[in-house]
Ligand binder design. Structure first.
Ligand SMILES: [Zn+2]
Length: 103
């Protein structure tokens, strides 16, 4: 019994066994093609993205996000000033497990 899982942060697709371990790698995106532990890396990226979303959503921010080829989370704010970006960066930093920038 496997469960198909794909993150919202990339195009990887895994079939996970009952313990949550990848039984079958259905697809690897270009960013995770060479990753030794793609699930661990994807989980870190998800944690950082979710932390950023929680903080920016709570602030009512208008933004989109994406990951660079190198794996940096870029948060593209709309209409935010430098002070707001600085505040959000400070709030996200302790929760971030991959590099990020607030633009
Ligand atoms: Zn991926």
């Amino acid at each position: 019994m496997t469960t198909r899982w794909h993150p919202d942060t990339c195009a990887c697709v895994f079939d996970l066994d009952a313990s949550g371990n990848p039984a079958v790698v259905v697809n690897r995106c270009a960013r995770h093609l060479a990753a030794a532990n793609p699930l661990g890396l994807i989980a870190s990226e998800n944690r950082t993205k979710n932390a950023a979303q929680a903080i920016l959503d709570a602030a009512g921010a208008n933004y989109t996000w994406s990951f660079t080829v190198g794996g940096t989370l870029q948060i593209h704010t709309v209409g935010a000033n430098a002070a707001q970006k600085s505040t959000w960066t400070t709030a996200i930093t302790p929760k971030a497990t991959v590099p990020f920038t607030v633009l």
